[in-house]
Design a binder for this molecule. Structure first.
Ligand SMILES: [Zn+2]
Length: 261
């Protein structure tokens, strides 16, 4: 039997008419979907018979056609906008929260985090303050991974198991710290589908960008065309390694109009 491969989708804040986003630079906005676009995608999933799973479900790699749905950053729209749509179409999801942003304008409050949890959505962690983890000292890593986990667990009153890396950046120390902290998985933003042979500490995810057409969304969910993105991503990584994160970001912001993930 063929190995069951599941594409993990990565979403962020959603956009509604008249509502301000938490950031406005183009590098942030390219990752932001209009609520209607997100709704069309969830509708397509349902009508195509693909199940929407959270990370814990997806790790079982069921044979039924599925995608894993994840959200980064912990914006307020997770609860107000994404959750009702997910429920409407019977999809599950994992929300990775930036612990230190909770309760600030545009992000979930502690009470909203508990609501999301009680609706049956899975809560994960996306660091304390959203830095590039590969740039940090050991002490800083502890705060961003261990303290962030404890902070979210205190809000929820139960353990959490899943972590995602801000900007997709990580190194061996990041993964070792996450493992020691008790995280069962770490997700990044590399363009590959996952299967039972993928390390649970290097789960790839595909960023869903605001200008993605529905037919390309469909292809992504079915794992088609990911190799093209992989190739672009590998080129980016090589340039990033040569230049370092800071110079790379400046270049990316000015030349490519890309940024935050
Ligand atoms: Zn993020």
């Amino acid at each position: 039997m063929a190995l069951s491969r599941i594409v993990f989708l990565m979403y962020h804040e959603l956009e509604l008419p008249g509502r301000q986003l938490v950031q406005s630079e183009p590098g942030y906005v390219r990752y932001i979907l209009a609520l209607d676009t997100f709704r069309n995608q969830m509708q397509w999933l349902k009508s195509s018979g693909l199940r929407g799973l959270n990370v814990s479900d997806a790790l079982l790699y069921p044979a039924e056609p599925s995608v894993c749905i994840t959200f980064d950053d912990g914006c307020e729209t997770d609860l107000i906008d994404a959750a009702p749509v997910l429920r409407e179409f019977g999809a599950r999801a994992t929300f990775y929260l930036t612990a230190g942003f909770l309760g600030t304008p545009g992000y979930l409050t502690a009470d909203q985090v508990r609501q999301l949890d009680s609706l049956g959505f899975e809560i994960g962690c996306h660091s304390m303050t959203h830095p590039y983890l590969s740039d940090l000292s050991d002490a800083e890593l502890g705060r961003e991974i261990v303290d962030a986990k404890l902070h979210i667990e205190r809000i929820l009153g139960h353990a959490i198991e899943h972590f995602s890396c801000p900007g997709g950046r990580y190194d061996e120390r990041t993964l070792a710290t996450a493992r020691r902290a008790g995280f069962r998985t770490v997700a990044n933003s590399r363009f590959h589908a996952n299967s039972s042979s993928t390390s649970a500490y290097e789960l790839g995810r595909v960023a869903i960008l605001r200008d993605l057409r529905l037919e390309d969304f469909a292809a992504t969910c079915q794992g088609r065309g990911l190799w093209k993105k992989q190739l672009q991503d590998r080129t980016r990584q090589t340039v990033r390694q040569v230049l370092g994160n800071r110079i790379y970001d400046k270049l990316r912001a000015t030349v490519l109009g890309e940024g935050h993930q």
